[in-house]
Design a protein around this ligand. Structure first.
Ligand code: 13P
Ligand code: SF4
Length: 353
């Protein structure tokens, strides 16, 4: 039996090279323009009967708009559930492409749009479906568990889809049934789940370009400056960073922990978009970004997902205003592929119901 908490040695490294990661950068809007755009977007969402579903990492104004217009802000698991259950015929997903695709797979009858389809994810990009098919073929006796941060073509090859909100419980239940697991694409999350469940797991070698940059040494140095701070870590981070955490979990688990733990200060190792919600919900507490190796000037490795940052008020407004832009940013999933990809997603949602 192969027991490994290390990435499968026979696989190439599927981490992205720096050239494959776009630079973060957007034009700042003044307050008047922001208010004007927000009011216009809210009106158009209502007029078009569209629900806005946003992830915690996107621009704070977009998160606010989602909540103010009857949409939703959440982690990736609850975004999927909300999109599936909402009666709107049009969904606007502000996040990254796999989130829009998931919404479409779960509700093929709805039209799903995104402010830009260029909003990718390094984990999705680092798991080419054809290579993944070979990995599965080489290990036919394994149950295939894929992270939600994958394309429809990868999900369509899986037995289970999981997010970081439910991965531990689902893998633990598979282990209890004696199943061996083939895991993709995040090697850090996979290693974390393996360490917690002792499941027999073969790991793909992808990584999140944001979380992989958090550094344990710099984090322990920062703890010396803030000795009373709690440390909250998303499990896409390296093991050395997870080891230091007071709480490890999905974006929603991090938000919960910030409320429940008694600390007044927290160092947070996840995308800095989450600070909007953390500060709103905990006005008396202080939140500090965990250190990365980034040099800030290029922001290649600062704690902000360059693809999440592509969701802006301007392209959201354009999506709702300009029909040809909207047509170019609608999610399409081939129906047969979507039906196959829906099966492991339905399993996940039923498991966590
Ligand atoms: P959550 O499922 O925790 O929201 O995470 C999604 C993600 O992309 C984290 O980088
Ligand atoms: Fe993907 Fe990382 Fe961005 Fe999340 S933060 S969407 S895992 S690249």
């Amino acid at each position: 039996m192969v027991m490994s908490n290390m990435p499968n040695q026979s696989l190439p490294d599927y981490s992205l090279s720096p050239e494959q990661v776009p630079l973060v950068g957007s034009l700042a809007l003044d307050d008047t323009e922001r208010s004007r755009l927000k009011a216009q977007i809210a009106e158009k969402l209502e007029a078009q009967g569209a629900a806005l579903i946003a992830h915690y990492y996107v621009d704070g104004d977009i998160q606010d708009l989602a909540e103010q217009t009857g949409g939703f802000v959440s982690d990736s698991l609850e975004m999927a559930r909300f999109g599936r259950d909402h009666k709107a015929e049009n969904l606007v997903v502000a996040g990254v492409r796999f989130m829009g695709e998931t919404a479409k797979i779960l509700s093929p009858e709805k039209r799903v749009f995104m402010p830009t389809l260029q909003a990718e994810c390094s984990l999705d990009l680092g798991c080419p479906p054809e290579d993944f098919a070979q990995f599965i073929q080489a290990h036919p006796d394994h149950t295939v568990v894929v992270y939600a941060n994958t394309s429809a073509k990868v999900k369509a090859q899986a037995d289970w889809v999981v997010t970081s909100s439910c991965a531990l419980e689902i893998v633990a239940s598979l282990k209890a049934k004696g199943e061996k697991i083939l895991w993709a694409p995040d090697k850090h999350l996979g290693a974390y789940i393996q360490s917690q469940t002792q499941a027999d797991m073969l790991l793909w070698s992808g990584a999140c370009v944001v979380h992989e940059e958090f550094k344990a040494k710099a984090l322990t140095d920062l703890q010396r400056v803030y000795p009373d701070a709690g440390v909250l870590v998303h499990p896409e981070s390296p093991a050395s960073v997870i080891e230091i955490a007071d709480a490890v979990g999905s974006t929603s688990a991090i938000i919960r922990a910030a409320k429940e733990l008694p600390n007044e200060t927290f160092i947070v190792a996840t995308d800095r978009g989450i600070f909007h919600k953390l500060r709103r919900e905990n006005p008396g507490k202080t939140f500090i970004e965990a250190p990365t190796a980034g040099d800030g000037a290029t922001c290649r490795s600062c704690a902000h997902c360059p693809w999440m940052a592509m969701n802006e008020l301007r392209n959201l407004d354009r999506l709702l205003t300009d029909a040809s832009y909207r047509a170019g940013n609608e999610i399409h999933v081939e129906p047969k592929l979507g039906l196959r990809a829906k099966m492991p997603l339905d399993r996940m949602l039923a498991f966590q119901a």
